[in-house]
Design a protein around this ligand. Structure first.
Ligand code: NAD
Ligand code: MN
Length: 369
C-alpha cells in the first residue's frame, strides 16, 4: 500500500478536540504505516441541527473509499427527537462493523510488572436484543411489551473467530512475580507448560438455553474447525452475572471475553471503570472489510471547549485501528509512548488528577515517539 486513507469524523463536543490529537500521532509515526491521508467527514448532532440528518450520505459514500476511520463522539439528545437517530449505530450497520472490541488495560507502575487489568471485551454488534423488534400488545390485563432476541449461527461464528484471532495477537509474555530473578529458561518452560491465551465465552445458557445455547455452542465449535490454528488458546466460559462479579474481584483471570450484544455492552462499560478514567479507554468497531476506531467516552459537554479533554482514549483508538490493519509495530510504539506518559504522571489532564491540557498531553506523547 502506498498510502492509508483514513476518514476522520470528530462529530460533537470533545470529539473535535481529541480526534485532531489522534491524527497528529498517526502523522508522527513515520514508516511504520503507509503515509496516512485524512478525509474529514461530518456526522452527529450539530450536523443534524444544521441539515436535518445526523449521518449525511456523503459521509457514508466517502467512508466506503477509505481503509479505516476514526470517530469522535456524538451528543445524542436524551429526549426523543423526530428524524434523529444515532449515526454511530447506523455506521456499524452500513459498514457491517460486527464486532466492538474494547481492550481494558491498566498501566503498571513499572514496565516489568503485570498490569492489574489486562483484558479485551469482544462484543457482538449486530443482533441480540439490539435488532429492536419490540412490540406493545394490549391484553385484558393491561399492556404487554415483547422483544425479539436474535442470535444466529453466522454472527456467533464470526464474532467467535474474531475473539480467537484477537487472543492469538495478544502478547505471549509470561509474567513472573517481580521478586524472582527473570530466568529465561523458566519463562520458556512456562510457555510450553500452559496455554497462555484464553477466550472466555460469556452467556446465560443455563436459563436461555436456545439463544445463548446457540451462541455458546457455535463458539465452542470455532477452534475445532480451525485446523489447530487456535491450539494455543484456552477456551473457558462463564455465566454472565458471575462473570461481572469476578471481573470486579479478580480481573486478572480474564484475557479475551466474547459476549452477545447486550451483555457485551454492559460488561465493556463496567470493565472500563476498572482503569480509572473514561478518557483512557479505546475501542474499535471492526468488520471483515473496514475498521473504525472510537474512544469509549462520549462528547463530554461539561468540559467541551476548555482544552482539557484527555486525548489518550482517542490516541489509543488510532493505535488499535492500525493494529487491526496489521501494523503492529506502529501500534506498539504509540501504546508504549502513551504508557510512558501515564506512568511518569507529569503531564496528565484533570480527569487523572493532573493540570495539563489536551495539547500538553499530545505533545508529551509526540516527544516519546
Ligand atoms: P461522557 O463520556 O461524555 O462523559 C462522562 C464524564 O466523563 C464527564 O464528566 C466527562 O467530562 C468525563 N469524560 C469523558 N471523556 C473524557 C475525556 N476524554 N477526558 C476527560 N474527561 C472525560 O458521557 P455522558 O456525559 O453520559 O454523555 C455526554 C453525551 O455523549 C451524551 O449526549 C451522550 O449521548 C453522548 N455519548 C456518546 C457516545 C458515543 O459517541 N459513542 C458514548 C457515550 C455518550
Ligand atoms: Mn454502552
Amino acid at each position: 500500500r502506498q498510502s492509508l486513507k483514513i476518514g476522520l469524523i470528530p462529530a460533537d463536543g470533545i470529539g473535535k478536540e481529541v480526534i485532531p490529537a489522534a491524527r497528529r500521532v498517526l502523522e508522527a509515526i513515520g514508516s511504520d504505516i503507509p503515509k496516512p491521508e485524512f478525509v474529514p467527514l461530518l456526522a452527529g448532532w450539530e450536523v443534524f441541527v444544521r441539515s436535518g440528518t445526523a449521518l449525511p450520505e456523503e459521509t457514508v459514500e466517502a467512508l466506503r473509499e477509505c481503509d479505516g476511520a476514526l470517530f469522535g463522539a456524538v451528543s445524542s439528545p436524551s429526549r426523543r427527537v423526530t428524524g434523529y437517530s444515532s449515526p454511530i449505530v447506523a455506521l456499524r450497520k452500513e459498514l457491517d462493523l460486527y464486532a466492538n472490541v474494547r481492550p481494558v488495560i491498566s498501566v503498571a507502575a513499572n514496565p516489568e510488572e503485570k498490569p492489574a487489568v489486562d483484558l479485551v471485551v469482544v462484543r457482538e454488534n449486530t443482533e441480540c436484543l439490539y435488532v429492536k423488534q419490540e412490540q406493545l400488545v394490549p391484553t385484558e390485563n393491561g399492556k404487554e411489551a415483547r422483544a425479539t432476541r436474535l442470535i444466529t449461527e453466522r454472527a456467533s461464528r464470526r464474532i467467535g473467530k474474531m475473539a480467537f484471532e484477537i487472543a492469538l495477537g495478544r502478547p505471549r509474555k509470561v509474567w513472573l512475580p517481580s521478586s524472582l530473578p527473570r530466568i529465561i529458561v523458566v519463562e520458556i518452560l512456562n510457555l510450553f507448560a500452559r496455554k497462555i491465551q484464553q477466550v472466555t465465552i460469556i452467556h446465560k445458557s443455563n436459563v436461555l438455553s436456545v439463544t445463548d445455547g446457540l451462541f455458546r455452542e457455535t463458539i465452542r465449535q470455532v477452534p475445532a474447525d480451525a485446523n489447530g490454528r487456535y491450539d494455543s488458546v484456552k477456551l473457558e466460559e462463564q455465566i454472565v452475572d458471575s462473570a461481572v462479579y469476578r471481573l470486579f474481584r479478580e480481573p486478572q483471570i480474564y484475557d479475551v471475553m466474547v459476549a452477545p450484544n447486550l451483555y457485551g455492552d454492559i460488561i465493556s462499560d463496567a470493565a472500563a471503570a476498572l482503569v480509572g478514567s473514561l478518557g483512557l479507554v479505546p475501542s474499535v468497531n471492526a468488520g471483515d472489510k473496514f475498521i473504525m476506531g472510537e474512544p469509549v467516552h462520549g462528547s463530554a459537554p461539561d468540559i467541551e471547549g476548555k482544552g482539557i479533554a484527555n486525548p489518550i482514549a482517542a490516541i489509543r483508538s488510532a493505535a488499535l485501528m492500525i493494529r487491526h490493519m496489521g501494523y503492529t509495530n506502529g501500534a506498539d510504539r504509540i501504546d508504549r509512548a502513551v504508557d510512558q506518559v501515564v506512568r511518569e504522571g507529569q503531564v496528565l489532564t484533570p480527569d487523572l488528577g493532573g493540570k495539563s491540557s489536551t495539547d500538553d498531553v499530545l505533545n508529551a506523547v509526540l516527544k516519546k515517539l
